[in-house]
Design a protein around this ligand. Structure first.
Ligand code: NAP
Length: 316
C-alpha cells in the first residue's frame, strides 16, 4: 500500500499559486480574499486564521472580517454586497456554519458568482454540472489534484463516492464523471453498502463517521481517499481504530489535545487491501486550503479576462 500524500501535493499547489501571483504582481494585479467569520466558533476561528495566513505566505491580499454572533441576515447581506463591489477583493469566503438566525442559503446566493471561491453559488454548481469548472468546491477539487498528481487512472474506473453533501459528495461525483469515471453515489439509505463499495476501483469516503469503512468494503488493489475528519475523544476508541504501532502516539495526542483526528476509513484493515490510501491527518485536509488559494487566483484571473474557465484537467 502506498500513501497519497496530501501535504506534499498541497505544497506543489501552493508553489504554483505563489509563482503565478508573482507574475501577476508584475502586471499590478494582487489577488485578494475576504474571509468572513460570524460568531465565536473555535474551529471556524482556527480555519479562518490559517486561510488568512496562507494567503499572506503566498503573496495574496487578504482581509479577515469578524462579526458578532448576533449579526442578522440583513446585516450580513449588506457586507456581502459591499465586498461584491470592492475591486481589490477577488474571493469572498463565508465561513460555515453560520449562526442559526442567519439564512445561510440567502447569504451564499448573494455572493457574486465571480467571487464565489467556495463554489457554493447555484451558478457555479450549475456550471459544474454542465461540465464547466469555473469555481469548484475546494475539498473535491483538491482530491482531484491529488489523484492526478499520483496519476491514478480515472477514465473508465468504477468510482464509488460515499456521501452526497453539497460541499463534498455531489461535486466530487461530478468531477469524477467529467473525467470519465463510472460513478456511484452512496448515502445513508444505500442498501448493502459494503457490497456496493466492493465494486469500486476508487473509493471516496466522505461520511463523517470515524473508521466506518473497513477492509471488508475494499476490493484488493482499490484506491481509497479518506475525506473524513472526525474527532475521537476516548482511549477505548483509539485502541479499537489504530493498530498497536500507532497506539502510543495517538493516545499521547489525545492526552495533550483532548482528541485525535480520525478519518472515515479504518487504516488497520484497509491498508491490507488498498493499493493507495490517503492518511488522516496529512491526506485530504491540507489540500482544501491550497485549493482555496488556487480558486482565489483563478477568480482574480477570470474576472480580468485572463485565462478561461479551464477544467482542472483537460477532458480528453
Ligand atoms: P455531511 O454533510 O454530514 O454528509 C455526510 C454524508 O454521509 C451524507 O450524504 C450521509 O447520507 C452520508 N452518511 C452518513 N452516515 C452514513 C452511513 N452510515 N452510510 C452511508 N452514508 C452515510 O458531511 P460532509 O460535509 O460531506 O463531510 C463528510 C466528512 O468529510 C466529514 O468527516 C467532514 O469533517 C469531512 N470533511 C473534510 C474536509 C477536509 O478538508 N478534509 C472538508 C469537508 C468535509 P445522507 O445524505 O443520507 O444523510
Amino acid at each position: 500500500m502506498q500513501a497519497l500524500n496530501g501535504t506534499l501535493v498541497a505544497g506543489v499547489i501552493r508553489q504554483g499559486v505563489a509563482a503565478r501571483v508573482e507574475e501577476l504582481a508584475g502586471q499590478g494585479i494582487r489577488p485578494g480574499l475576504a474571509a468572513v467569520l460570524v460568531g465565536e466558533n473555535p474551529a471556524s476561528k482556527v480555519y479562518v486564521g490559517s486561510k488568512v495566513r496562507t494567503c499572506q505566505s503566498l503573496g495574496l491580499y487578504s482581509e479577515k472580517i469578524e462579526l458578532a454572533a448576533e449579526t442578522t441576515t440583513e446585516e450580513l447581506l449588506r457586507l456581502v454586497e459591499e465586498l461584491n463591489h470592492r475591486e481589490e477583493i477577488d474571493g469572498i469566503l463565508i465561513q460555515l456554519p453560520l449562526p442559526p438566525q442567519i439564512d445561510a442559503r440567502r447569504i451564499l446566493e448573494a455572493v457574486d458568482p465571480a467571487k464565489d471561491v467556495d463554489g457554493f453559488h447555484a451558478n457555479n454548481v450549475g456550471r459544474l454540472v454542465q461540465g464547466e469548472e469555473w469555481l469548484v468546491p475546494c475539498t473535491p477539487a483538491g482530491v482531484i489534484e491529488m489523484l492526478e498528481h499520483y496519476r491514478i487512472p480515472l477514465a473508465g474506473a468504477q468510482a464509488v463516492v460515499i456521501g452526497r453533501s453539497d460541499i463534498v459528495g455531489k461535486p466530487m461525483a461530478m468531477l469524477l464523471l467529467h473525467r470519465h469515471a463510472t460513478v456511484t453515489i452512496c448515502h445513508s439509505r444505500t442498501r448493502d453498502l459494503p457490497a456496493v463499495v466492493r465494486q469500486a476501483d476508487l473509493i471516496i469516503a466522505a461520511i463523517g463517521r470515524p473508521a466506518m469503512v473497513t477492509g471488508d468494503y475494499v476490493r484488493e488493489g482499490a484506491v481509497v481517499v479518506d475525506v473524513g475528519m472526525n474527532k475521537v475523544t476516548t482511549p477505548e476508541e483509539v485502541r479499537r481504530i489504530f493498530p498497536d504501532r500507532d497506539h502510543a502516539s495517538r493516545l499521547a495526542e489525545l492526552a495533550q489535545r483532548g482528541y485525535t483526528l480520525v478519518g472515515d476509513v479504518e487504516p488497520r484493515s484497509v491498508e491490507e487491501r488498498a493499493s493507495w490510501l490517503s492518511p488522516v491527518p496529512g491526506g485530504v485536509g491540507p489540500l482544501t486550503i491550497a485549493t482555496l488559494m488556487k480558486n482565489t487566483l483563478r477568480a482574480a484571473q477570470l474576472r480580468r479576462g485572463l485565462g478561461r474557465p479551464a477544467s482542472l484537467a483537460p477532458r480528453s
